[in-house]
Design a protein around this ligand. Structure first.
Ligand SMILES: [Zn+2]
Ligand SMILES: [Zn+2]
Length: 336
């Protein structure tokens, strides 16, 4: 099978000799239509300090994907917690796949906070990913796409789910000022979901090209935050932007942190305590968020998405690592 291997830091290699997935009981193999390059994949590729421990080559990355179910494993044995759906019923169906595989039985999973499951694993990190012709996935992760929707659009569900989850965590934003720090993929999508929820959104983004793009979609954009907002989002994840997101929350407001660039840093706490700001970490998405995101994939302006052959993947990783990219998302598509 052909796939784009993360062979070493700053080295993506197109390979033709990768083992094709063999779906086990309760699993399917999906022919990949499209897979998005995530900021976390790029951080891994660059070997950035925060990601070095989490994404170690060699790895088959790729967790934002959609495709068509090509092959089914055997029916899973009936357990107390799962019904015995036959994977064969899925063959031929277009699907978006929730790559965050969770246990379904722990307290977090049962409460709906599947993103916090201690047993969670990610397709494209702990399991082979979708920068390849074919990828394996458990049945529980499949979401059927409407037949009239281009299948590649399903690959947008994952990053939209990340944005939806963060927006939801912030609480109601209807007719409130919202500040999003960072206008990359996730920043754009958080701005988009917050506006859908009725917020008045400003995006702080240093790159002029990205600001123009944001403005062309009707967002206010500025090189740096100037005014306070009821809710702020840091989609970057360095000291300066985390600090800024807290300090630009109004007294009693909320700063949602989702950027993952750095793990450690230093923050001032008086601005949090003296102004009763709430600081919330937002991680990935729940299974419910993912299902909601699947219903939105058709609404995102198609012009925001750049689609290129998987075969050119190494070049595109290099290009994205080289600086800001104005498309909100770049998808790699295996040649059919
Ligand atoms: Zn992602
Ligand atoms: Zn669990």
């Amino acid at each position: 099978m052909r796939g784009l291997m993360f062979s070493d830091y700053q080295l993506m290699e197109l390979r033709d000799d990768l083992p094709a997935p063999r779906p086990g009981p309760g699993e399917v193999a999906v022919d990949v239509a499209a897979c998005g390059i995530c900021g976390s994949d790029l951080e891994g590729y660059l070997g950035s300090p925060g990601m070095r421990a989490r994404r170690k080559p060699p790895l088959l990355l790729g967790h934002e994907f959609a495709g068509t179910v090509a092959e089914a494993g055997a029916a899973a044995p009936v357990t107390r917690n799962a019904d015995a759906e036959d994977p064969a019923g899925w063959v031929g169906k277009p699907v978006a796949v929730n790559p965050l595989v969770t246990c379904g039985v722990c307290a977090q999973c049962k409460s709906g906070a599947t993103n916090l499951c201690p047993e969670r694993s990610l397709i494209g990190l702990n399991r082979p990913g979708a920068f390849a012709e074919r990828v394996g996935a458990p049945l529980s992760q499949l979401h059927e796409l409407p037949g009239d929707l281009p299948v590649w659009r399903g690959a947008l569900a994952e990053p939209i789910a990340v944005a939806l989850h963060a927006t939801e965590l912030a609480g109601p934003v209807l007719e409130r000022d919202v500040l999003v720090i960072g206008g990359g993929s996730i920043g754009f999508l958080v701005a988009w979901t917050a506006r859908r929820a009725g917020g008045r959104v400003t995006v702080a983004e240093i790159d002029a090209g990205r600001r123009r793009q944001l403005e062309s979609y009707g967002f206010r954009a500025a090189p740096e935050p100037t005014e306070q907002a009821h809710v702020t989002f840091d989609t970057v994840g360095i000291d300066a932007t985390r600090r800024s997101s807290i300090e630009h929350a109004t007294p009693g407001g909320t700063a949602v942190l989702l950027g993952l660039h750095d793990n450690e840093g230093s923050l001032a706490f008086y601005p949090i305590i003296h102004n009763e700001r709430r600081v919330a970490g937002s991680f990935a998405y729940t299974a419910t968020d993912f299902g909601r995101a699947v219903r939105l994939v058709g609404d995102l302006p198609g012009k925001l998405v750049a689609r290129h052959p998987l075969e050119e993947g190494a070049k595109w990783f290099e290009a994205l690592a080289g600086g800001p990219f104005t498309h909100a998302k770049l998808l790699l598509e295996p040649a059919s």
